[in-house]
Write a protein that binds this ligand. Structure first.
Ligand SMILES: [Zn+2]
Length: 98
C-alpha cells in the first residue's frame, strides 16, 4: 500500500511517474520543499501526547490541508508520531510522540 508523498493519504491513483502523488494539487505543493520542511517543524513543535489534530489546525496560521498533510507525513512516513487506533488519521485523531 502506497501513500501520497505530499498529503499522506492512501494512494488510489498516481498522477506522477516519479513520486507517489494523488492529485494535481499535491503535485504542485510537493515541489515546495522549503514549505514542506517548515510545516513539519512547526507542526511537530505543537505535538503533545494526546493532542487532537483539529487542535493543531486551530493553533497554526497555515491552510488546514497543509497542516493535516504534514501530520500525516510525520505519522505515516516520518514515523515520528503515532495513533493508538488503527483508523485512518482524521481531524479527531489523537496524536502521540514516538
Ligand atoms: Zn496527495
Amino acid at each position: 500500500m502506497f501513500r501520497c508523498d505530499y498529503c499522506g493519504r492512501i494512494l488510489y491513483k498516481n498522477v506522477s511517474g516519479k513520486y507517489n502523488i494523488c492529485s494535481a494539487k499535491c503535485k504542485s505543493k510537493f515541489k515546495n520543499k522549503k514549505l514542506i520542511r517548515e510545516l513539519e517543524l512547526v507542526v511537530f513543535s505543537e505535538i503533545k501526547n494526546g493532542i487532537k489534530v483539529s487542535d493543531i489546525v486551530s493553533k497554526l496560521q497555515y491552510e488546514k490541508f497543509d497542516i493535516v498533510s504534514a501530520v500525516r507525513r510525520l505519522t505515516y512516513q516520518g514515523k515520528k508520531i503515532y495513533l493508538k487506533t488503527s483508523t485512518e488519521l482524521n481531524l479527531k485523531s489523537l496524536l502521540f510522540i514516538k
